[in-house]
Ligand binder design. Structure first.
Ligand code: HEC
Ligand code: HEC
Length: 228
């Protein structure tokens, strides 16, 4: 048991001691802010994106760096996770990317505004957060396929957009089926019709109409047919 005066001194010393620890940690954090946030990479585009972010209250639904709401996906590392092309395609028309279950607002952003938003999100993603949040475990089944070989001749669109939802050789997302062996399941015509407008083939499908032009579609079909 501490005597009364021992308890008093314990209280005083602990309070003073931990106040110093607290002040030191605060100082240490402030000292590192510029380096950890890449303050020198704050371009006009990043600031423009931040204004758009604030004005539209994106945080009313999304979280970045632990701040915000949990209605919609966490966006700290979204540029890493989705890539620029995917985000641009999505922001042009969020409903098209998630047919029938759109919850994200279509803001009618101009291309420049989208560039700013992506610059802002990319800057956020570069902040040194001690690797938080951790990479999601997508639990894509290993198809036993050879991802490098399958992707060697893939059009850019595949890595930029398709793999967000589909895996190839065990690499990619798990929203849609793995694309390995897709050539055994569909003909060139079927694949082309599917890519042109998935909902026309299968109403209610979660595969988006990506507004692919004829050339891109032909390239994709040719590549898909190599996956047998
Ligand atoms: C009303 C709520 C809401 C607001 C406000 C909102 N979003 Fe979203 N957002 C969503 C939802 C829900 C999704 C998930 C996709 C879907 O269901 O449409 C999403 C998805 C996204 C994604 C893709 C995330 C991923 O990993 O798939 C990005 C990027 C994004 N939003 C950016 C923004 C930006 C930038 C703003 C502000 C300009 C914003 N959002 C405002 C609801 C919202
Ligand atoms: C937002 C997620 C998403 C994106 C992006 C996406 N897909 Fe899909 N895809 C799906 C889903 C979900 C299905 C399953 C559809 C169903 O059965 O309703 C599917 C089905 C398919 C199928 C039929 C596969 C089978 O075995 O049944 C092909 C082929 C395909 N997608 C190709 C592509 C290509 C090529 C791209 C890129 C240009 C792409 N997808 C982008 C979600 C996506």
């Amino acid at each position: 048991m501490l005597s009364k005066s021992q308890a008093k001194w314990f209280l005083i010393l602990a309070t003073v001691g931990f106040s110093f620890v607290f002040l030191f940690l605060t100082f240490d954090t402030i000292r590192q802010v510029d380096a950890r946030t890449n303050a020198d990479a704050l371009t006009e585009e990043v600031e423009g994106g931040r204004e758009i972010w604030d004005q539209n209250n994106c945080m009313g639904c999304h979280t970045i760096l632990g701040e915000g709401a949990y209605y919609a996906p966490e966006l700290t590392k979204v540029v890493d996770r989705r890539g620029e092309v995917w985000i641009r395609t999505f922001l042009r028309d969020p409903e098209a990317m998630f047919p029938g279950r759109r919850k994200m607002i279509d803001y009618d952003f101009t291309e420049d505004e989208i560039t700013d938003v992506i610059a802002f999100l990319a800057w956020i993603g570069e902040i040194d957060t001690n690797d938080w949040p951790p990479e999601p475990n997508l639990a894509v089944p290993d198809s036993g396929g050879d991802a490098a070989a399958a992707l060697a001749n893939a059009p850019a669109m595949v890595g930029d957009v398709c793999q967000a939802c589909h895996s190839v050789g065990g690499v990619g997302g798990n929203v849609g089926p793995a694309l390995d062996g897709v050539a055994d399941r569909f003909s060139a015509d079927e694949l082309d019709t599917w890519l042109a407008d998935p909902t026309a083939v299968k109403p209610g499908t979660a595969m988006p109409n990506l507004q692919l032009d004829d050339v891109t579609r032909a390239e994709l079909v040719e590549w898909l047919l190599s996956l047998d």
